[in-house]
Each structure stands twice: as C-alpha cells, then as structure tokens.
Design a protein around this ligand. Structure first.
Ligand code: OXD
Ligand code: MN
Length: 601
C-alpha cells in the first residue's frame, strides 16, 4: 500500500494518491523528495532505458540529451481542453468538453495505464516555498523524465509537504505518458507516449484540477508550467483579485543605481527569454532576470503590484540561442541541463541551428537519432533546454524574494513588420488593457490554415493559456485597474520587429533594446521626455538615441504614427478580432477603439 510510507498526513492527498493508484495500477509508488540523489536516479533510469545520453562531462557536466517521439514535440493546442461546467465559461477561444464526459473518456484511458511502471508523487511549489503568492501542486506521473524536469522547473520535495501540512490545499495534477508496459517489456529506447488522438491536456478550472494523458513533452507533461501556473492560476486569479500572466520579469538598474522592475508579455517565439537576459548596450545600465515566462502579481500593502516568478528554471527554446542572441542563456546551460531534441556532435556535445558556430568535424546525429543529412534541420525547431534559473549569470538577487518585486511597467509586444512603432505608452490603464487585447504577431511561414504575412492576434499572449473566457479576462484586467488605492504600473507597447517595404530590419534588436528600456525606465521615474500622439506617449525627439546602423530616417520611421496602418489595424480589430469574444467583450474596449479612431481622424 502506498500510504504506509507516505511522508505526509494530508488525508486529501493520501486519498487522491490511493484513488489514482487503484485506477492506473502501477507496479510501485514513489514519493519524491526533490534530492540530488533522486534526480540522479531518474536520469540513470532514463539512460538505462535507452532514452537519455550523457554528454561529455568534461565539456558539459551533468548534462543529458533526450530525444522524444517525432509525434510528441510540442504543446498540442488542439488536444488541450478547458472543461469548465459550462461552455460559456471556457469561451470561444478554448476547446471545451463537458467535464463529466471528458472524465469518463479519460478514466477509460487511465485504467491500468501505469502497468509495469512506477507512479511518482511529486509535491511541488510554484513560487518560493511558503511565499504568500506561491501555490502548491502535486503531480502524479509515470515518467522519470517528468520527475527530473520538475526538479529543475519547480521546487520539489519534503519542505513543500511541510508547508502543505495535514489540511493544506493543493492542485492535483495527474499525468501519464499513456504507454503501459506488458510483463517483461521495457521502453528500449522508444520514447513512451500515446497517439495524437488519445492525447488529452485537460483542465477543470472550478475544481482546480489537471488531467493530462498521452504526451511526455514540455507544457503537456510538466504540469506546473502552462497548466497550473497559467490556465488554472488565471481562473484562481480572477476569483481572488490578482494576475497570473504569460510574462517575463526583469530588473532594470540605471547608472545611479535606481531600480525599476518590468514585466513583459509577448506571444511564443518573440524572444522573451532573450529579453529577460538582455545585455544592455547603453553604458552603465544593467538588466537582471527574475523570470522568463510567467509572472504572478498581487497587490502589496502599498498599493503596488508585486510579482513572483513561480518557476525555478528555464524551459527555453534552443534553436536560435547563441552567444550573440543570449550569452547569459548559453552560460546557464553549461552544466546540470537536460536537452531535448537538439543535435548531438561527434564530441558528445549539443548543437542546433543558430547556435552561432558550425558543428565540429565528424558525424552529427539529428534530433530523430539519425546521421544528419544536412538537408533537414539537425535540431527540432521546438528543441528545448531545461536549466536551473540559479545558474543564470544575470539572475537578480531578488528572484526568490517571497514578497515578490514591485512592478513599475508592463510591456506588450509581438512581431509586427509594420504599423506598430518601436515604443508607445498607453494613455491610461484602460488604454493599456486595450493594447494588451490587440497584441498580435506576424505569421512568419504558411502553416496549416494560417496565411504567411497575416497578423495572428494573441491578446496578452494568453490566448492558449487563459483558463476561462477571454472576454471575462479583459474585464478582470479592467477591474484590477479600479482597485482602490492601487498604484498601477505604466503600460507600454513595444515592437523590435519593424521592417522596410523591401524587407530590411529597421532595428537591430537584442542588446540595443536597452535603449527602449531606458526610455520606459525614465517614464516610470518621471524624467522621460515624451510627446503626446493620437496613439499614446512616444519618445520626444532626441529622447532615444539611434544605435549604430540606424539612420535618423530609420529612427523617424520607427517612431512615427502610421495613420493608414492604424486605420487598417482598427478595421481588423473591429471586424475580425473583437467579434470573436461576443457579448463578453467589455464596452470599455470598444470605447477605446472608437476613441483611437476619432483621435486619428
Ligand atoms: C512556451 C510557450 O513554451 O510560450 O513557453 O510556448
Ligand atoms: Mn511561454
């Protein structure tokens, strides 16, 4: 019986573990303590099963490479469900199934699904253990890969059970790879998962419960990240008056040592991790990292919003990461890192497209485990590194402060070759919510039903991650702005991705983005020089220096109000974007759209 050696007296937890054990029928149950020995044991199991390869310890100590099944390489949005009691609570932009019907289907899948495997019980904290902003989850999984990744991405172990106590609340997170083993069968080098049409990433927001089945990869399987810290937490935040957001958090210090903390939301693939770890080109300024993907923000006694990064590591996209794009990330992954779906070099090191150097001589093995033919990519486009945040050379000393850090500015951005200027500041909180609601990113390659060159709107970068109706989510943001005594952050929209008509980048990006951060800082500090425009405040002439290679004309283009472009933007929002949210789209946002149109006329 599992309960006999369970390291907790929490009866809700014990009952749940027993219920899942009876349903999934594992060979054994193991309670995870979060120790280094446990991590090493998980990795050893994976190595023995032919699922992991140790990299050269002289070059990359304690680093391992995993290769997933080619069908199990990314989040599966079309298999991700928000099973709230009514379809209207999930809203038109989430997949909804009746919760009882979904549970009945999934119980059928879970029945006996852990046969031949160990069931691991992982108590974890999202946020510093015991922080008033943190939340406890418990993940049950049959995957040693998940256990090892959860060690890095969350705080796992006995301390969490102490805080949970005999009657504390936790979010139950159930996960199985969906590949039971017959007697005597082993994985034998084959990444275990289920076929696409039996994968389910299910959320029950009223019950604060997650059931995932069939995928062993990333956000589908490490349930603390997108599932708990965004989809379930966003529903909790709505009910409790705080914010659970898809945002990085950075600390910005000026040459005089003054500090402002900034949170920023960008859709996937817009360089959030790079911005969080940016090395400024402006002399005397520093950027330090608090988080690269998720921010939980609550009001402090002084009326400011305080943010924590609920995560404990980085699950970053490897391709494109280089000493130029992100030197701090490259240093972070020098040791104690799990790599998934990158290429393996002849000298047993990692390699990927955009790493900034050619692979050394000799055979390169691609992410599928085949000798690389140099025709297809060597690393999968969504190959990842899982590395401890504490290893980041730019980690901010406050990153584990249980009180969180006070946020002065919130940035929204996306990849927009035209219209959206380099930076503009919202005129008010309500206008800022409007800007968040129209965030979009250019579709860069024709994919399925998406047409290259069109804008895909991803409001607040939360479209795949909001656990309830997006119209209600906008209303929640507006309500936050009406909190009595609130000293709200200023809101900005940024765009590093402007191009000329013939496709030339207007802005170099990377470290040069510090010039924009500097203006944002000055606006927060009351020293910024700004001009009012119909779209909001923008840097006054001379307030933002052009970096080398950006001509005065380029800068003028980056900072101009493109009236025709904005008219097209307004028409797209009015005709195609806002109608998606139906009657729940707050009137205040229609008013903002009308107001913008009138100011531009
Ligand atoms: C992520 C994403 O994996 O946003 O962080 O897709
Ligand atoms: Mn993300």
């Amino acid at each position: 019986m599992p309960a006999t050696n369970a390291p907790t007296t929490n009866s809700q937890l014990l009952n749940w573990v027993e219920e899942i054990r009876a349903m999934t029928a594992p060979d054994r149950v193991q309670w995870c303590d979060g120790s280094a020995d446990e991590y090493a044991a998980m990795i050893q199991l994976a190595v023995d099963a032919g699922l992991a390869i140790q990299l050269d310890p002289a070059k990359r100590p304690n680093c391992y490479l995993f290769r997933s099944d080619p069908s199990d390489v990314a989040r599966v949005e079309n298999r991700t469900y928000i099973a709230s009691r009514t379809a209207d609570d999930a809203g038109p932009t989430n997949n909804w199934i009746d919760p009882e019907a979904l549970k009945s289907t999934m119980r059928g899948l879970y029945k006996g699904c852990m046969a031949g495997r160990t069931m691991y019980v992982i108590p974890f904290s999202m946020g510093p253990v015991g922080s008033p902003i943190a939340k406890i989850g418990v993940e049950i999984t049959d995957s040693p890969y998940v256990v090892a990744n959860m060690h890095t991405m969350t705080r796992v172990g006995s301390k969490v059970l102490e805080v949970l106590g005999a009657d504390g609340a936790f979010v139950p997170c159930l996960h199985s790879v969906g590949k039971p083993l017959a007697p005597g069968e082993a994985d034998n080098g084959v990444w275990p998962c289920a076929p696409l049409d039996s994968k389910y990433i299910s959320h029950f927001p009223e019950e604060r419960t997650i059931w995932a089945y069939g995928s062993g990869y990333g956000g589908n399987a490490l349930l603390g990240k997108k599932c708990l810290a965004l989809r379930i937490a966003s529903a909790q935040a709505r009910d409790e008056g705080w914010l659970a957001e898809h945002m990085l958090i950075l600390k910005l210090t000026n040459p005089q040592g003054r500090v402002h903390f900034v949170a920023a939301a960008f859709p996937s693939a817009c360089g959030k991790t790079n911005l969080a770890m940016l090395v400024p080109t402006v002399p005397g300024w520093t950027v330090q990292t608090v988080g690269d993907d998720i921010a939980w923000m609550k009001f402090g006694a002084d009326g400011r919003l305080y943010a924590i990064n609920p995560e404990h590591g980085f699950f970053g996209v490897a391709p494109g990461t280089s000493s130029k794009s992100n030197p701090n990330a490259m240093k972070t992954i020098e040791r104690n890192t799990i790599f998934t779906n990158v290429a393996l070099t002849a000298d047993r090191d990692i390699w990927w497209e955009g790493i900034g150097y050619d692979p050394p001589a000799g055979e390169v093995v691609d992410w599928k485990g085949k000798s690389w033919d140099r025709k297809e990519v060597a690393a999968h486009a969504n190959a990842r590194f899982t590395a401890p945040a504490s290893q980041c050379p730019a980690i901010a000393p406050e990153w584990e402060d249980p009180a969180g850090v006070p946020i002065s500015a919130i940035l929204f951005g996306g990849r927009r070759p035209g219209t959206i200027p380099l930076v503009h500041q919202a005129r008010s909180w309500q206008h800022g919510v409007f800007l968040g609601s129209i965030v979009g990113s250019e579709v860069t390659a024709a994919a399925l039903d998406l047409q290259a060159g069109t804008v895909r709107r991803d409001p607040f970068a939360m479209l795949p991650f909001c656990g309830y109706h997006m119209g209600d989510y906008f209303a929640h943001w507006l309500r936050i702005g009406e909190t009595p005594g609130a000293k709200l952050p200023k809101i900005f929209m940024v765009n590093w991705f402007r191009k000329t008509a013939d496709g030339r980048w207007l802005w170099p990006g990377y470290g040069e983005n510090s010039r924009v951060l500097k203006w944002v800082f000055e606006q927060c500090d009351g020293t910024g020089q700004a001009v009012q425009t119909p779209i909001g405040n923008m840097p006054a002439p001379g307030a933002l220096d052009a970096p080398a290679g950006v001509s005065a004309d380029d800068l003028a283009e980056l900072l101009k109000v493109d009236r025709e472009g904005w008219q097209r933007e307004i028409a797209d929002v009015r005709e195609k974007h806002y109608p998606k949210f139906g009657a729940k789209l707050p009137k205040a946002l229609w008013d903002e759209l009308d107001g913008l149109q009138a100011r531009l006329a």
